[in-house]
Design a protein around this ligand. Structure first.
Ligand SMILES: Nc1nc2c(ncn2[C@@H]2O[C@H](COP(=O)(O)OP(=O)(O)OP(=O)(O)O)[C@@H](O)[C@H]2O)c(=O)[nH]1
Ligand SMILES: [Mg+2]
Length: 317
């Protein structure tokens, strides 16, 4: 993992002298739960973006650089596109910020991948994403995901719906969860990058620091272990992240919820639920970091944090 710092601009790892080198940004957008983060992880061949069966798992724009000798493709995974609302009060400030991050990613990108859940009704999905297609100002491919759930000529029928959309350059059927045809997506993306030197050192995987991913892993476990509104009212702050030469690394995290009742659910009877959460999170954090950690977690209430600009800033949204 790479944190921006003194390594920036340090010479040959940028492969400046290859005139055929390509580098740029590719935004991954689509409805919630379409499989955007699963696709990113499949391309990166490592788990960077959290994945759950619940919609609206991803809340930030996740940056991941996929580099080979002759290209650097920087993917931007984004939160799911939400249905437009007529009254702004129908959307939380957190939702607004998530939608801003989708817009920013689309604006910054050299090409765009629109991920569609092939098992979702194609005509309705097309209507839902109408403005995503209309507003696209860069080359765009539709990635028809979850084709493993379709039968017979259903894939071809769904593909045809999107092939007819103006601005759609290609429709690529994939199953991101199994890796099926993911290479075709990668090839399309790389072929649409502008010529130019790498934008990050070639060994950089992401701009986010390790502690960001650690917070995301805890959030993923909360999405997996708790039901209904609880995951959506939760955010995670990493207070301390210390590498220690002697003994395990220390990760100290606070889980914020909006109400006392949610705090009770997170902790559970006699602390059992929090213990289960801690143990599931620690296992994945250790896998991610490749070293043992001591995870210290506390739960606090921050009323209406999703509606407060100040709290959203504090929590990094
Ligand atoms: N059957 C099947 N399921 C998949 C496939 N790709 C993703 N999924 C599942 O779809 C669900 C959503 O995946 P995510 O990658 O979290 O989707 P997302 O688009 O990032 O969702 P948000 O971040 O909530 O917008 C998870 O349960 C995945 O395991 C696939 O190719 N086939
Ligand atoms: Mg996601």
């Amino acid at each position: 993992m790479f944190q921006p710092g003194e390594d920036y601009g340090s010479g040959d790892s940028f492969s400046d002298n290859n005139p055929d080198h390509r580098a740029g940004y590719v935004a991954i957008v689509g409805k919630p739960n379409a499989g955007k983060s699963t696709l990113l992880n499949a391309i990166m061949r490592q788990k960077l973006s959290i994945v759950t069966s619940k919609a609206q798992t991803t809340r930030h724009r996740i940056i991941a650089a996929h580099s080979e000798d002759d290209f650097q493709c920087i993917f931007l995974d984004t939160p799911g596109v939400l249905r437009p609302v007529t009254r702004p009060e129908d959307r939380s400030k957190l939702d607004e910020r998530m939608m801003q991050s989708v817009k920013r990613a689309s604006k910054d990108a050299d090409a765009m991948l629109v991920i569609i859940d092939a098992s979702d009704r194609p005509a309705q999905t097309l209507t839902f994403l109408a403005s995503t297609f209309e507003d696209a100002a860069v080359p765009l491919a539709v990635v028809l995901n979850k084709v493993d759930l379709l039968f017979g000529n259903e894939v071809e029928e769904a593909a045809q719906v999107f092939r007819d959309v103006p601005k759609v350059e290609a429709v690529i059927p994939v199953a991101a969860a199994t890796g099926h045809n993911v290479k075709a997506v990668e090839d399309w993306a790389v072929s649409h990058l502008p010529l130019g030197p790498a934008l990050y050192p070639k060994d950089t995987v992401s701009e986010h620091p390790e502690r960001f991913f650690v917070g995301e892993i805890i959030r993923e476990k909360i999405f997996q272990l708790y039901q209904q509104e609880v995951p959506y009212c939760t955010t995670v702050q990493i207070n301390d992240f210390k590498e220690r030469d002697m003994g395990k690394d220390l990760v100290s995290a606070t889980v914020f919820v909006e109400q006392d009742s949610q705090k009770g659910i997170l902790i559970g009877r006699g602390g059992a639920a929090l213990k289960q959460l801690g143990s599931a999170a620690r296992t994945d954090i250790e896998d991610f970091l490749g070293r043992p950690v001591f995870l210290d977690m506390t739960v606090k209430v921050k009323e209406k944090w999703r509606k407060s600009n100040e709290s959203l800033n504090e929590f990094g949204y």
